[in-house]
Design a protein. Structure first.
Length: 135
């Protein structure tokens, strides 16, 4: 993946129901955590984005490096790569609050900008492109 820059981060408390029978955060919950940071990031851009358009996830993956357990809080950082015509690659780093040097998991998601009524990809909005291309 090409060079990416930090775009957003959130702290997410690990809930009891995030943990499976083995005592660690269930693998599916990591994707929910990625959705939370992604939604929070895009929500912060809403005033600058066209109505009727939104990003959709077309691919996603997660590599689990260490087990996250309850209780605790996850610091989840979102990074974005250079924009394509209608898409952007995002990357995620999962760290436990208080352990800034330990990465617990890494994920990716490719987002494609879509006209919701037409259900077709459209060029990335100018405001988002500007944010992705310039610091």
């Amino acid at each position: 993946m090409s060079e990416q820059k930090p775009m957003h981060s959130v702290q997410i408390p690990i809930r009891w129901n995030d943990v499976d029978v083995f005592g660690h955060v269930n693998n599916a919950v990591y994707f929910t955590y990625m959705e939370i940071v992604r939604f929070d990031w895009v929500s912060g851009l809403v005033g600058t984005l066209p109505a009727g358009e939104a990003p959709v996830v077309v691919t996603t993956q997660c590599t689990f490096l260490r087990q996250l357990t309850f209780p605790g809080t996850v610091e989840l950082a979102l990074f974005a790569g250079p924009p394509g015509r209608s898409s952007v690659e995002t990357r995620y780093e999962f760290r436990r609050v208080g352990e800034p040097d330990t990465v617990y998991a890494e994920g990716t998601a490719k987002l494609v900008w879509v006209n919701l009524a037409a259900q077709k990809s459209v060029p990335l909005p100018a405001a988002l492109r500007e944010l992705l291309e310039h610091p």
